[in-house]
Structure formats: C-alpha cells, structure tokens
Design a protein around this ligand. Structure first.
Ligand code: 13P
Length: 253
C-alpha cells in the first residue's frame, strides 16, 4: 500500500493536473493499493474523476460526530458521500500544531470504523524520545489510548491501518533506517495481537518519514511493513508513480 499525504499543498487546479498525469506514469502498477489524500477542497472533483479507476481516495482528517455545530469541520458521512475510503488520523502535525489529544484521536478512530471509513492511525516519537530509547513506551501509550474504545471482537478491525511516523523523520530528509522501521512495526504488530488477537495479522502497518523513490524498498516488503505513507515525494506524479511501481515490482518478485 502506498499513501500520498499531500498536507496543505496543491490548489484544485494543481491537484487536477497531477491526476491527469498520474495514470500514464503509473502504468503497469498492480497488486498495490494506491491512495491519495488531497486537501478537502479537491475531494469532490477527485471523487468524480476517480470513479471506477484503481486510485483510492483518502482524507487527511475529520471530526468524529455525524453532524453538529462545529465550525470548519468535516464529518465522516460527508467523506463517505464522496467515496472517500481512508482517513488519516492523529498525524503528528495535527497533534502538535492543532492540539489534537489522544482522546480526540481515540474518538476519531472509533468514528471512522463506525462510519465505514478505514482509519490510518499515525503514531510517532520525537527525536529526544528516540534517542533516549523511549520509542516503544511512547508508541504503546499512543496505541493503547487510540484503541481504547475498539472491541477486539469488532469485525471492522482489519480496516484499521497503523502508520509509524517518527516525528524526527518527517520532512527532514533523515528517514529511520529500514531496520528501525521493521523492528518498530514488529513491536506494534505484537501489541496489536495482544490487544486484538490473531486478526492483527491483517492490520496493515505503514512507515512514513522522508520516504522517496530511492529508499522506499528499504521499508516496504520488510517484515511487518506493509506500505508507506508519503508526504513531500508524493507531490509529483512521476515520483509517486515511481514509488508505486517499485512496490508493485517488489510484490511480483
Ligand atoms: P515526508 O514524506 O514529507 O517526510 O512526510 C511524511 C508524512 O508526514 C506523511 O504523513
């Protein structure tokens, strides 16, 4: 699975230009779920243009209520209506710049599953925590709080996607090593199994943080790493397609 998180980049015109260029660039990509999470303003147009195609639509955030007096917010049914399948939840930029707490993240994960969306739950430690060997503690705490309301028996658990995004690797050009990403993903898989049982084998775990066409195969395909969540390098059709092609080639062996 490769997921483009465009953050606050691209006007509608710029987004549509990407969409026009991408299919040609990505010709031959098979067996890889390719997801694009543009800014909200592009979702309606994307939804019409992607209908019936293989590109899958995601959103970068949402509120947890069905509707209400929440100025500036977007609800799960609004996303569903546009054919959005995935929604990124708890990205460190939302936690750090917009004060999103673990409680809010938990509400959003629960709401996404309830409304038939697939949450991409982001977890990650900062540089000091990484250096002090606190990565596992930080991630465990974030994961337990985020999944507090999720029943281990829930049939929808396989819809959950977890992304390990070390904050120090996001947008810095200094990614985690493939070994670190794989070790952390393995640790998260173990925690998910403890919490949810065998179904955790079906939960996809992504790595995100300075992934690019040159390094993507250091991550995807390593034990327990099922895909990548990509910021900067997903903004150009050619570069995003290159990463999708690399993963597709890896899967075909
Ligand atoms: P970069 O790929 O730009 O480091 O961003 C990663 C990210 O935050 C994806 O959600």
């Amino acid at each position: 699975m490769v997921v483009a998180n465009w953050k606050m980049y691209k006007t509608l015109d710029e987004a549509l230009a990407f969409l026009q260029a991408f299919p040609l660039e990505a010709e031959g990509v098979e067996d890889v779920e390719v997801v694009i999470c543009p800014p909200f303003i592009s979702l309606a147009d994307f939804s019409r243009r992607l209908a019936g195609g293989s590109l899958i639509l995601g959103a970068q955030n949402m509120h947890w209520e069905k509707e209400g007096a929440y100025t500036g917010e977007i609800s799960p049914p609004m996303l569903r209506e546009l054919g959005v399948r995935y929604v990124i939840i708890g990205h460190s930029e939302r936690r750090n710049f917009f004060g999103e707490s673990d409680r809010v993240v938990r509400n959003k994960v629960e709401a996404a599953l309830t409304y038939g969306l697939f949450p991409i739950l982001c977890l990650g430690e900062n540089w000091d925590q990484f250096n002090n060997g606190q990565t596992q503690d930080v991630l465990k705490n974030q994961l337990l709080l985020a999944l507090e309301k999720i029943s281990p028996k829930g049939e929808l658990i396989p819809n959950l996607v977890v992304a390990y995004e070390p904050i120090w690797a996001i947008g810095t050009g200094t990614p985690a090593t493939g070994q670190t990403a794989s070790d952390v993903a393995g640790y998260l898989r173990g925690l998910l199994k403890e919490l949810l049982g065998g179904v955790a084998d079906n939960i996809r775990i992504l790595y995100g943080g300075s992934v690019n066409p040159e390094n993507i195969l250091e991550y995807v395909g390593k034990p327990d790493v099922d895909g990548a969540l990509i910021g900067g390098s997903s903004l150009k059709a050619q570069s995003f397609a290159e990463m999708a092609r690399a993963v597709s080639g890896e899967r075909r062996g």
